[in-house]
Design a binder for this molecule. Structure first.
Ligand SMILES: NC(=O)c1ccc[n+]([C@@H]2O[C@H](COP(=O)([O-])OP(=O)(O)OC[C@H]3O[C@@H](n4cnc5c(N)ncnc54)[C@H](O)[C@@H]3O)[C@@H](O)[C@H]2O)c1
Ligand SMILES: [Zn+2]
Length: 377
């Protein structure tokens, strides 16, 4: 049974160093009530706009307002509906109009307060409004704490696929308060945990094994210190990768492990409420299968990966139409020169890009998923 004595103090700061900009990720329990102090050095009397969902506004709006107004901030809120439906050009247009009505200008600073949806939209608007304004990420889901809020990828969706329009635009900082996770539904925790396992699988075998060992406790949010250390380790892996390759011309592509088939599944099943991380978990199973069958992943480590992912309480996949998944994969940004760049594991903790995975292989992996679901659930 994990014991918080063996874990570090629940507070830390990491740095993301990209060519144009260095910023920090601050991870601290209770940080929210001290927001004014953390953001104070960036407040020069300009207007601040907090982007969030109506539900999160109801839950935390007055706390944010108090924390910031007490420190002399000029604050406004803009809300957007929950879910992928907000990641559209139409929503972005509506937001531009609201910003103009509120007399926002180039000095206005944004705060993305929410999960990956709020983060992606806020980042996209920040990168384009008045040719770019500063923004902070205050992630409130596990997935956005360890993944979406770090690295500066912003995006909205098009009818033909997810994240097809976007920018690379780094935030001024990321503030992570694990206390937000207390109200997060367990499915969202599991979704974030899938991305955490991904970080270990592609970059750090020891971290992967430690996370797997504590998985049940981590999902149940049973102990703060291990949870914070896990968030920190996952953020550190992502921060290092992004610092080395901000614009995904090389190393950063390994973060897409599980995402080629995962995005295909996510889009094909979008109407069923499948979560991003849940689809990525299935995508990692499919990619792990291909890594073992056609790549270098040993039987022992493929079993280890498979057993870890099956520990996650994932919703049943049901029947997936391979043609639908392939249709989405064809629009994937991971295609270049008519070639699919697919992330395979060479071993746990080491990933590489392969140009050898064809549509036939993907159909084989989808068939594997359909077969194994009946065996393993
Ligand atoms: N930019 C990137 O690098 C990157 C990386 C990974 C994922 N993403 C994107 O992130 C999105 C998924 O993000 P997500 O998983 O955070 O989903 P999400 O933003 O849709 O949030 C999930 C749900 O949790 C609710 N919620 C948020 N915080 C809460 C809290 N503290 N308590 C209770 N409820 C809360 C939200 O209202 C929402 O209903 C996808 O659009 C994906 O494409 C982006
Ligand atoms: Zn992801």
């Amino acid at each position: 049974m994990p014991c918080s004595k063996n874990w570090k103090k629940p507070m830390s700061t990491l740095e993301v160093r990209t060519p144009g900009h260095t910023y920090s990720i601050r991870i601290e329990k209770g940080l929210m009530s001290d927001l004014g102090r953390f953001l104070g050095p960036f407040n020069h009397g300009q207007k601040w706009v907090v982007f969030t969902h109506p539900g999160l506004y109801e839950q935390f709006g007055s706390e944010i307002l108090t924390a910031l107004e007490d420190s002399g901030f000029d604050i406004a809120f803009i809300t957007m509906p929950e879910g992928e439906a907000s990641k559209t050009i139409a929503n972005v247009n509506r937001i531009y109009d609201q910003l103009l009505k509120q007399n926002c200008n180039r000095s206005t600073t944004f705060i993305a307060f929410g999960g990956g949806v709020v983060g992606d939209v806020t980042g996209f608007v920040a990168s384009t409004f008045m040719r770019g304004v500063g923004y902070f990420q205050v992630p409130t889901t596990l997935l956005s704490m360890v993944d979406a809020s770090v690295g500066g990828k912003t995006s909205v969706n098009l009818a033909s696929g997810k994240n097809l329009v976007g920018t690379f635009y780094q935030p001024l900082g990321v503030l992570i308060d694990p206390d937000f996770l207390r109200t997060l539904p367990v499915r969202e925790i599991v979704s974030g945990m899938a991305e955490i396992l991904k970080c270990g699988a592609i970059r750090d075998k020891t971290f992967f094994r430690k996370t797997v060992k504590n998985l049940t406790h981590l999902i149940a949010l049973m102990d703060q210190a291990p949870l914070i250390e896990t968030i920190e380790a996952a953020c550190a892996i992502k921060a290092r990768i992004v610092s080395e390759d901000e614009k995904e011309s090389g190393l950063r592509r390994i973060l897409n492990f599980g995402h080629t088939i995962g995005h295909g599944i996510e889009t094909a099943l979008s109407k069923t409420g499948f979560r991003h991380g849940e689809a990525v978990a299935y995508g990692m199973l499919a990619a792990g299968y291909l890594s073992h069958r056609y790549g270098k992943l040993s039987s022992a480590e493929w079993n280890e990966l498979r057993e870890a992912l099956w520990q996650l309480p994932l919703p049943a996949l049901g029947r997936i139409d391979p043609d639908k998944v392939l249709a989405h994969i064809r629009h994937d940004k991971k295609y270049s020169h008519k070639q699919l760049n697919f992330v395979l594991l060479e071993e746990l903790g080491r990933a590489d890009i392969s140009a050898d995975i064809s549509h036939a292989h993907i159909i084989e992996a989808l068939n594997y998923l359909t077969r194994s679901i009946h065996k393993e659930t």
